[in-house]
Write a protein that binds this ligand. Structure first.
Ligand SMILES: C[S@+](CC[C@H](N)C(=O)[O-])C[C@H]1O[C@@H](n2cnc3c(N)ncnc32)[C@H](O)[C@@H]1O
Length: 366
């Protein structure tokens, strides 16, 4: 029977609970502080100032009114605590702010092969549309809907995210999320090649499914010049892809057909799709490759949810899963879940070849 009394924590537990409650209820202010830093272009400005700056120099480089200096100091203090920036003191005792690896990936406008500024990822995921969709979670849970269950985003706005119709909802949002998606997806191919390039060794031909404008394919053929690489994407994307003398661009729909190759790659594709759709996509990929003996395999780069990666990576994976739950019909899967999808699509075996931070490289065999 429900009791109307509650066991009270000790004073020490109560004080800790209060602090934890503040942190968890207020973490959205960390996100908004990060968004503010990106909107003000603080990472790019510190980069232009040589990678290190004092608060007064940052104020003047940002052209902010001097009355706001103490407030900027408070914002920077939170962002230093969350690892976005680093701080130390100069010999004269003045506080200096520096870029960290995190803020370096937020520097915009730098021309370098491997650099893809994550500015638009931050602006997309902290946008009013995303946050409003998340605010509707409780109402969404109460709604009894026939499968396939629309995401809270789709439920709130009547159109899915990353869809032709998203631009009709809000052109600016569509633009930001597409740029954010491209930046997020592109961050990584150089690391993949360095950390587990062996998965491409000996592969004669490869189809990069949903390969966009061919950024990944160009990096692959540069590293493996013998590789015959095909990029499959929707016609509207392929139309705009820059031509390449080795890479073949094919306009099509991966639910209908995948151009045949010895290996097919699905890099950050399946987490957008429901289980049913993933099985359809994987089945098309299986049809496109030869037997395992002939080197046939599907290469998947995705999150494999796993607590053993440690609390920070695990939390990042779970938050990314919540992002997918709120905004798409997809999600992040653990190994058991992946195995079920591979077997349902008719594959016989798989191997997690390498863990790459919060993501993994998986080979799936027919
Ligand atoms: C998140 S995925 C791309 C990830 C990409 N492989 C990467 O790592 O950079 C987004 C891409 O999928 C493409 N796409 C979406 N639906 C598709 C479909 N049915 N057939 C082929 N491509 C599709 C989109 O046009 C977009 O270029």
């Amino acid at each position: 029977m429900a009791s109307n009394t509650i066991e009270m924590p000790t004073d020490a537990e109560l004080l800790q609970a209060q602090a934890d409650l503040w942190r968890h209820s207020l973490y959205y202010l960390t996100s908004m502080g990060l968004r503010c830093a990106v909107e003000l272009e603080i990472p790019t400005t510190i980069h232009h100032l040589g990678g290190v700056t004092s608060l007064p120099n940052l104020m003047s480089a940002l052209s902010l009114p001097s009355v706001k200096m103490p407030f900027l100091g408070r914002l920077m203090r939170v962002l230093v605590t969350s690892g976005v920036f680093a701080a130390d003191n100069s010999e004269s005792g003045e506080e200096l702010y520096r870029l960290t690896p995190l803020s370096r990936v937020l520097v915009h406008g730098v021309v370098a092969d491997e650099h893809h500024s994550q500015k638009y990822f931050v602006l997309g995921v902290t946008s009013p549309h995303y946050t409003e969709a998340a605010l509707g979670l409780a109402d969404w849970f109460k709604k009894d809907t026939e499968p396939p269950v629309p995401s809270p985003f789709e439920d709130r706005y009547g159109v899915p995210l990353f869809d032709e119709k998203t631009a009709l909802l809000d052109k600016e949002l569509d633009d930001v999320v597409n740029k954010g998606l491209a930046a997020h997806d592109n961050l990584g191919i150089a690391t993949i090649l360095r950390e587990c390039g062996d998965i491409f060794k000996g592969v004669e031909s490869l189809t990069d499914c949903c390969g966009g404008d061919g950024t990944t394919a160009r990096a692959l053929v540069k590293a493996y010049p013998h590789l015959k690489c095909t990029v499959l994407d929707l016609p509207k994307v392929i139309e705009k892809a820059p031509a390449h003398d080795v890479i073949e661009f094919v306009a099509g729909d991966l639910f209908h057909t995948v151009p045949p190759s010895q290996a097919v790659m699905l890099k950050l594709v399946l987490h957008f799709w429901s289980d049913e759709d993933c099985v359809k996509i994987l089945s098309q990929c299986r049809k496109a490759i030869p037997s395992r003996e002939e080197g046939g395999k599907v290469i998947i780069i995705e999150i494999v949810v796993e607590p053993s990666l440690g609390p920070i990576m695990f939390e990042a994976q779970l938050l990314f899963d919540m992002l997918m739950m709120v905004n798409t019909r997809g999600g992040q899967r653990d190994e058991k879940h992946w195995r079920e999808l591979f077997m349902q699509a008719g594959f016989t075996d798989y191997k997690i070849v390498k863990k790459l931070g919060a993501r993994s490289a998986i080979e799936v065999y027919p």
